[in-house]
Design a protein around this ligand. Structure first.
Ligand code: HEC
Ligand code: HEC
Ligand code: HEC
Ligand code: HEC
Ligand code: HEC
Length: 352
């Protein structure tokens, strides 16, 4: 049985005012407990104290329903969030990463089976495209997770210092953990202040990408290279993306990522990205977004406006946490055209 104080402190976390640039704010007691003891009952979410004197772990703090006023980004909901066709509709309430609700309640194919949220994936016990070295169940952070410093196996240790030192108003250049995009160590980008709650072309995350010149991309920091930490071959490596020496001139073996659409052989197809009628200054699509190599905090509201601002990335098609659709896709690829949605057509404007 949990102590009622746990519930009270969690409610306090939910009621915290919107924080500004300085990372987490508010009374220490909302998130920390000095001894995990109050009237000799425990305060945290278990009898065993949490690292860093926290009242809860990652999943506890980041579980809830987003309503636009919560300052903690909620990535897991215990009741169904509103997603609609693309998760970007005016009444949707998931964030940029999607939500772990579906992988925990519907099934394995709806996202990453993170420990504490969903049981280990029954069919996939290793990351597809990986080198075989990753065999554990996924965690949020650390050596078995996506966030934080992968040299730590314990999750809070892996993110230590990032919550208090995060300044959301600067370009995340990846030089420190607190300056890494969404606490993804070394990844660059500029995050939307409410994590893409109901995003528009004027309000969204700015993803960093690299226009690859070789299959074996050596530069680091792109959002797709984050996924490649575990799904190597889907992003990187000789003869995994194109037949020998035909990068940019031939056919592909796997869908390109970190590749600028202006380099495509059939580039005119992409010139009409996102329903444009003329090429240049095409409106950014939150349904099938692209990355950019621009490292300023000026939002990329249009694409084909400067060089390397139309980079295909893993997140052009996927949600990082989970979605209601198979393969954790941003839209229902398999159901189209009967029930689904053809998000591919945002780029492949001459295919339908
Ligand atoms: C005690 C509650 C609490 C715990 C525990 C916690 N978080 Fe957070 N987290 C927050 C709050 C509050 C924010 C919003 C901070 C802000 O407004 O800048 C946040 C923000 C974040 C962000 C977004 C940072 C950004 O602005 O780009 C990420 C990513 C994140 N947390 C991951 C984690 C991970 C991974 C863990 C576990 C290792 C974790 N959190 C544990 C409360 C918590
Ligand atoms: C909204 C939740 C929240 C509030 C409020 C909060 N903290 Fe934290 N704090 C965290 C989280 C989450 C971590 C662990 C993860 C991390 O370091 O990123 C943390 C880590 C720490 C750490 C170790 C890491 C570091 O940055 O030095 C210290 C010390 C700390 N908090 C002190 C405080 C004090 C003092 C207060 C009150 C002024 C406070 N915290 C208020 C969430 C919070
Ligand atoms: C820390 C390792 C790790 C990272 C980083 C990682 N993944 Fe995964 N991924 C896995 C593992 C393990 C599985 C198989 C187990 C599962 O689905 O939970 C998986 C499965 C998947 C699946 C299949 C889901 C299903 O069950 O059908 C997709 C899609 C996926 N990942 C996309 C991504 C994307 C996109 C990124 C980057 C945003 C990413 N992954 C980053 C480890 C990782
Ligand atoms: C053009 C859209 C698109 C892009 C870009 C994309 N994917 Fe996928 N991905 C899909 C689709 C669609 C599926 C569903 C399976 C299929 O039809 O191939 C899928 C399936 C997967 C799977 C599951 C494979 C399995 O064995 O079940 C993983 C893992 C994955 N993608 C990871 C990634 C990673 C990592 C990246 C970036 C390096 C990426 N994807 C980029 C569309 C995309
Ligand atoms: C963000 C833009 C974007 C999205 C979204 C996208 N594609 Fe692509 N796709 C491209 C680009 C750019 C190429 C490379 C074309 C070239 O090199 O000429 C490509 C290549 C391909 C190819 C290989 C063509 C060849 O010549 O080898 C196929 C097949 C394909 N895409 C199918 C899909 C499908 C199916 C989806 C939806 C699941 C999808 N794409 C979503 C931009 C996109």
């Amino acid at each position: 049985m949990k102590n009622p104080a746990t519930l009270l402190t969690l409610i306090l976390v939910l009621l915290l005012p919107l924080s500004s640039s300085a990372g987490v704010t508010g009374p220490c007691v909302s998130c920390h407990t000095m001894h995990n003891s109050q009237d000799n009952l425990w305060v945290a979410d278990s009898a065993i104290p949490n690292p860093a004197l926290l009242i809860s772990g990652c999943v506890g703090c980041h579980t809830g329903q987003n309503d636009g006023s919560n300052s903690t980004p909620f990535v897991h909901s215990t009741t169904a969030p509103q997603y609609r066709d693309t998760g970007t509709e005016a009444d949707s309430n998931t964030l940029a990463g999607g939500n772990f609700y579906w992988v925990s309640s519907i099934g394995d194919r709806r996202g990453h089976n993170v420990y504490g949220i969903a049981a280990k994936d029954q069919t996939l016990n290793v990351p597809p495209g990986g080198d075989g070295s990753f065999t554990s169940q996924l965690r949020c952070a650390g050596s078995m997770g996506c966030h934080g410093d992968s040299s730590f196996s314990e999750q809070i240790s892996a993110v230590k210092g990032s919550h208090h030192n995060k300044n959301q108003q600067i370009w995340q250049d990846g030089t420190t953990l607190a300056k890494s995009y969404r606490i993804l160590n070394g990844i660059q980008g500029f995050g939307d202040s409410d994590y893409e709650y109901r995003p528009t072309d004027q309000k969204h995350n700015k993803y960093y990408g690299i226009d690859r010149t070789s299959e074996t991309e050596t530069a680091t920091g792109s959002i797709s290279s984050q996924c490649a930490r575990c799904h190597e071959d889907f992003h990187n490596g000789p003869l995994t993306l194109v037949p020998a020496t035909t990068l940019g001139t031939g056919v592909w073996l796997r869908h390109p990522t970190d590749f600028d659409m202006s380099n495509a052989i059939s580039s005119t197809e992409y010139h009409l990205y996102n329903g444009a009628t003329t090429y240049g200054n095409n409106t950014y699509s939150v349904i099938s977004p692209v990355a950019t190599s621009d490292t300023t905090i000026t939002l990329n509201t249009t694409i084909f406006t400067q060089s390397n601002d139309a980079l295909v990335m893993c997140l052009s098609c996927h949600r990082a946490h989970g979605s209601p659709y198979a393969g954790s896709l941003r839209w229902n690829y398999k159901g189209w055209p009967v029930n689904g949605y053809n998000g591919c057509a945002v780029c492949h404007t001459s295919k339908n």
